[in-house]
Design a protein around this ligand. Sequence first.
Ligand code: NAD
Ligand code: WQD
Length: 337
Amino acid sequence: MNILVTGGAGYIGTHTMVKLLENNHTVVCVDDLSNSKYIAVERVEKITGKKVKFYQNDIRDREALRKVFSENKIDAVINFAGFKAVGESCAKPIEYYDNNIYGMLVLLEVMREFGVKNIVFSSSATVYGNPHKVPITEDFPLSTSNPYGSTKLFIEYILKDLYASDKSFNIAILRYFNPIGAHPSGLIGEDPNGIPNNLCPYITKVCVGKLPHVNVFGNDYPTHDGTGVRDYIHVEDLAEGHVLAVNKLADNPGLIIVNLGTGTGYSVLDMIKAFSKALGKEVPYKIGAHRPGDIPTCYADPTYAENLLGFKAKKSLEDMCKDALNWQLKNPDGYVE
Ligand code: NAD
Ligand code: WQD
């Protein structure tokens, strides 16, 4: 298939483009490079030995998007384009609603105009809010506690309403848990701007000496060691999930909503220990206060993904730490153009 990957130059997009190309799909990438660099796309080409047709455009630019659809026969779209920082979304809600929701609306309108009816959307476990129990199944109640999460939930509603109005759409809403790790080559990986907000890129910066220690956000949660528990999934497994989802859309499944996680929860201290093992020395940390808005525990029930898509995360925690560290060691300053 010829797949349009919007936001493809970013962290999950690059890994997904590699898997799509390795599975003999062709890829057209649209990215405005607002949170990425073009060199990441070149690295995808280097890993796969295949070309990516690239357009530097904002998905809110309707005319630019129409040009992409008129120049390429697109079979399906995977939309990664959006802003994703929870803290920043609280400071800039209008920018988040505009980019994430308006961007999606423009994309859907142009898809409809060109008769393209298959789309995969990057949702997030954040739509489960603070779950009443774990593991989380797809039918759990939904809620949000920040503008970023609201954009994901509202887009899910938009997609459900669209499907209700036009059953010729095939829509996969994928709810990711916590993607980490990198391609084993160390050529592509996560490249946050400034000081990372998320745990794993923060730990790898400590590992390479760019930050002095990890701040552990609380050790009095009701978990096995008091620190927050999450479902970390290797980004390569997550990328594989997208290939399975996009292939599934070709069978006309209608609207599907699927968790992409491993089903296993690890605490912050488990993660620090695993990275210490990968590094070969202790990763320093200090226990601090809770981060406002954090929840104690979040992990997926991955059964539906396995039954529906044949998806099962294969990579271990050791793989995730080794590959994340390898990426950081080879690219201590991220992508440098
Ligand atoms: P990322 O920031 O690395 O990638 C997003 C890409 O989209 C970037 O390359 C950015 O330049 C591009 N982009 C942003 N707005 C755009 C626009 N209007 N037009 C064109 N391109 C635009 O983020 P990521 O971690 O790869 O996440 C991809 C998607 O998955 C996002 O929608 C994010 O909300 C979602 N998600 C991420 C996580 C996570 O932990 N990384 C978890 C759940 C869901
Ligand atoms: C993981 C654990 C923290 C940093 C966020 C978004 C979510 C999704 C994934 C996009 C928690 C603890 C963290 C640090 C710490 N993104 N921590 N010290 O909060 O599960 O999810 O990213 O959709 O929407 O909210 O991930 O990596 O920030 O935190 O102790 O410096 O690590 O308290 O328990 P989170 P995270």
